[in-house]
Write a protein that binds this ligand. Structure first.
Ligand code: HEC
Length: 313
């Protein structure tokens, strides 16, 4: 894991989890090199957009008393992550390794003009336990100046209510295509259909499960931005004796079938490549996951599907 993150940071032009101010600013400026997690600007509650920044001491006092209510004058954001951190962002329980970077770009309601940035950089264990060991920072709208960085208590306090997801809200996670091309279809974003199949939210589960009725199925809707051929990666688990079900993944008029592998336990997930899909054009798509047979007690558990752009060999 660590090697991967070091590599991704290396690719971004620095090698350690503690960049200088100039390095941090160039990452923000060159954010097109990060993974953009939001295909389109995402509307946010204006109250949060307002508070998720560097506060004056008086505002910080005030913040404790504020009750957050949805406003009408929403502004919008884009969310970014370092490439190796993107997968954790889409997993409700995903934790981030040292060197991970998550960045939020705030856009004004009119003309989508950049108003400023807030970011979080995962530091070494023990750096700031109350803040999830993240370094927090805020940058001005032209990415020319760091307004503040460090162990910012005002940020940590609010982000601490998202401790389950490692202090990251993950409110920008959806079934979506990242700017780098991967299409993230996590079980928590699936729509299950039928009687029993459901997303099971506990950390040790965190999967589409309870697939005891072979007629149940699930789908994901997403927008393809980059036409092309994608390899289907599926994380499947299956208890001893229940393997052997035939499962079909269909999308864009194409289908790939595979036989579920017995992995010794339903939550022993194995990543498998089970076929390819070609999108001839950009636009809305629906991917369906269906069982063709169920020889054992349940079909399988499925934690996520990721469609990975096929690299020409
Ligand atoms: C009052 C609560 C609150 C405070 C204080 C706050 N944030 Fe946030 N932050 C949020 C919420 C809510 C979101 C998700 C916005 C959305 O997508 O709707 C968010 C999103 C983010 C994100 C995008 C990643 C994610 O969680 O999905 C970053 C990065 C971030 N905040 C950094 C900061 C920094 C740095 C500070 C301090 C300067 C800060 N925040 C202060 C509530 C807060």
């Amino acid at each position: 894991m660590k090697t991967l993150l070091c590599c991704s940071l290396f690719a971004l032009g620095f090698t350690q989890a503690s960049p200088t101010d100039a390095e941090l600013l160039s990452i923000v400026k060159d954010r097109a090199k990060l993974e953009r997690l939001t295909p389109k600007p995402k509307e946010v509650n204006s109250r949060f957009a307002e508070l998720c920044r560097t506060l004056t001491p008086a505002e910080a006092d005030e913040q404790a008393k504020l009750r957050l209510v949805p406003g009408h004058d929403a502004s919008s954001i884009h969310a970014f992550a370092s490439p190796a951190a993107a997968q954790s962002y889409f997993d409700p329980w995903g934790k981030f390794s040292e060197g991970s970077l998550v960045l939020k770009e705030k856009l004004a309601t009119t003309e989508n003009k950049t108003q400023g940035f807030t970011g979080m950089l995962k530091r070494e264990a023990g750096y700031f336990p109350e803040g999830g060991d993240w370094e927090y920072f805020t940058v001005d709208g032209s990415a020319a100046k760091i307004i503040e960085r460090g162990k910012m208590a005002s940020c940590a306090e609010c982000h601490g209510s998202y401790a389950q997801s490692d202090f990251i809200t993950k409110l920008s996670a959806s079934a979506a295509q990242l700017s780098g091309g991967r299409i993230m279809l996590h079980s928590s974003k699936a729509a299950p259909h039928g009687e029993k199949l459901q997303y099971e939210p506990l950390e040790k589960k965190n999967t589409l499960g309870f697939w005891v009725n072979a007629a149940d199925w699930a789908d994901w809707k997403f927008n393809v931005q980059k036409p092309g051929t994608y390899v289907i990666h599926i994380w499947q688990g299956c208890g001893t004796g229940s393997g052997g079900a035939e499962v079909e993944v269909s999308c864009a008029g194409q289908s790939s079938k595979f036989i579920v592998k017995d992995t010794g336990h339903f939550q022993n997930f194995e990543e498998r490549e089970i076929g390819e899909i070609t999108f001839k054009e950009a636009g809305e798509q629906t991917l369906e996951l269906r069982a063709k047979s169920k020889p054992g007690g349940a079909v399988m558990d499925c934690r996520q599907i990721i469609l990975v752009p096929k690299v020409a060999k």
